[in-house]
Design a protein around this ligand. Sequence first.
Ligand SMILES: CC(C)(COP(=O)(O)OP(=O)(O)OC[C@H]1O[C@@H](n2cnc3c(N)ncnc32)[C@H](O)[C@@H]1OP(=O)(O)O)[C@@H](O)C(=O)NCCC(=O)NCCS
Length: 183
Amino acid sequence: MQRRERIETLIPDPASGRGEPASVELPSPTLVGQGPGLRVAAAGNFQVRLGSWDELGEEARRIRLEVFVAEQRVPLELEFDSMDPVSVHALASRPAGAALGTGRLLPDGHIGRIAVTREARGQRVGAALLLSLMEAARQRGHRQVELFAQVHAERFYQRFGFITVGPQFDDAGIAHVTMRASL
Ligand SMILES: CC(C)(COP(=O)(O)OP(=O)(O)OC[C@H]1O[C@@H](n2cnc3c(N)ncnc32)[C@H](O)[C@@H]1OP(=O)(O)O)[C@@H](O)C(=O)NCCC(=O)NCCS
């Protein structure tokens, strides 16, 4: 078993979320803004920030422990890897501070680790996280993004333009497919 990510290009992106994460709230998941830091927020009562592992890792880690390790039984040693320090992380949270979801963008344009706490699902948090990471990829010059989708989430990603390429495979004991979207 492994916890797959593309690792062909590991050159850290100098623009990968260093600096102050900014934030904005909008009435619907809408892409806004330019430059490093954040650009998306979503309907309802939450915002999404983009930042480095140093900035957002503590809360992102808590969510990934809750969703992937505790709920989905991904082995702890596979969940956190050397890609975290070189990725751009997205963190959704309530104005009061409670973290709701997370995800990451690798330097090569691979999106991964999208997780929303069980209580927060169905409120467009996942959509806002995905859109903010796609926008971050676009602003870093990527023309397409790729991800490994758990098969139960394939239709979620299809809503945002992702198309399945290739057969199913096992990753950390969970069936996945590779999906790509043009930016
Ligand atoms: C998959 C996941 C990230 C979706 O997050 P979410 O916040 O519940 O999703 P949203 O509320 O943003 O949903 C956006 C849209 O996708 C749809 N959707 C959400 N999950 C879906 C699913 N599993 N299958 C099909 N459609 C789905 C919603 O109905 C919504 O549709 P709408 O635009 O018509 O309203 C969340 O269920 C999760 O974290 N699951 C556990 C971890 C996981 O499996 N992560 C994926 C790893 S590849």
